[in-house]
Design a binder for this molecule. Structure first.
Ligand code: HEM
Length: 229
C-alpha cells in the first residue's frame, strides 16, 4: 500500500468514526440528556400534586424559587460547555449547548409565568408597577428578554441569516447570567451563600473566556509581528 492510499484509508476511517459519534449523540445521548433536564420539572410537578414531597407553607414562593434556581443552573451549565470543551478537547460537548440554553429559557419562562399568573394574578397595573418599581424584578425581566431573543434566534436558519451578528447576540447569555445572579443577590435578605456560589461560578467562567480571548489576540499580534519582521 502506498503512503497516499494509507492516508486516504485512515482519513475515510476517521470520517466514518465521526459520523458514528454524531449519530450516537443524536439518537442516544441527546434524548437521554433531554430526559435528565426534565427531571427537576417532573419533581416540581410531583410536589405540586403532593406526590412524595410538598411545596411547603408558601407554595407560590417555593415554586418561583425552585424554577428560578433551575433557570440559573441551566444558564451556568450552558456557559460551562465551551470552557469544558476547550480544556478537555471533547468537541462533542458543543452539541449539547443549545439544548442546555433552551432548558435555561424553559425554567426561566416557567419562573416568569408563575410570577405573572400566581403572584400578580395577571393584573397589568401590578405587573407594570413591579417591573418598573422593584429593581430586582427589572433586572430579572431584562435577563428574561435577553434569553427570549436568544431562544428565538437559536435555530440553524437564524444562525445562517444573522451571520457574524449571531455570535455577538449569543454572547448575551453572559449578560443574562450576570443579571440573573444580580437579580437573585438583590432580593436576598440574610443568607448570601447561594447567590455567592452562582457569582463565583459565573466569575470563573467569564474570567476563563476573557483570559483565553486575550491570549488569542496576543498570539495573533505576535504572529503578525513575526510575519512582518
Ligand atoms: C434570567 C432570568 C431570571 C433568573 C435566572 C431568575 C432567577 C431567580 C432566582 C435564582 C431567584 C431566587 C430563588 C431563591 O430564593 O432561592 C429568583 C427570585 C425571584 N424572581 Fe427571578 N429570575 C429571572 C427572571 C425573573 C423575572 C422575569 C421575574 C418576574 C418578572 C422574576 C421574579 C422573581 C421573583 C418575584 C422572585 C422572588 C421569589 C420569592 O418571593 O422568593 N424573575 N429568581
Amino acid at each position: 500500500m502506498t503512503v497516499s492510499t494509507c492516508a486516504a484509508t485512515s482519513e475515510s476511517a476517521g470520517a466514518a468514526h465521526r459520523v458514528n459519534v454524531v449519530t450516537q449523540i443524536r439518537l442516544v445521548w441527546k434524548p437521554l440528556v433531554f430526559i435528565v433536564c426534565l427531571v427537576p420539572a417532573a419533581l416540581i410537578v410531583a410536589d405540586i400534586f403532593g406526590l412524595g414531597g410538598t411545596l411547603g407553607a408558601n407554595p407560590v414562593e417555593a415554586l418561583q424559587d425552585r424554577l428560578g434556581n433551575w433557570g440559573l443552573r441551566f444558564i451556568m451549565m450552558a456557559l460551562a460547555v465551551t470552557p469544558l470543551r476547550l480544556l478537555s478537547g471533547w468537541n462533542w460537548l458543543a452539541r449539547f449547548r443549545r439544548m442546555l440554553g433552551l432548558f435555561a429559557f424553559f425554567y426561566v419562562l416557567m419562573h416568569f409565568l408563575t410570577w405573572l399568573f400566581l403572584d400578580q394574578d395577571f393584573l397589568l397595573s401590578a405587573i407594570a408597577e413591579d417591573i418598573f418599581e422593584r429593581p430586582f424584578i427589572t433586572l430579572g425581566f431584562v435577563a428574561f428578554l435577553i434569553l427570549l431573543a436568544m431562544t428565538a434566534t437559536s435555530t440553524a436558519g437564524m444562525r445562517r441569516r444573522l451571520g457574524r451578528r449571531w455570535q455577538k447576540l449569543h454572547y448575551g447569555v453572559y449578560l443574562a447570567g450576570i443579571l440573573g445572579v444580580w437579580h437573585y443577590w438583590w432580593q436576598v435578605k440574610q443568607d448570601y451563600s447561594e447567590p455567592l456560589l452562582y457569582a463565583t461560578v459565573l466569575g470563573l467562567l467569564l474570567g476563563y473566556r476573557l483570559l483565553r480571548r486575550r491570549s488569542t489576540i496576543l498570539k495573533k499580534k505576535r504572529t503578525a509581528a513575526a510575519a512582518g519582521a
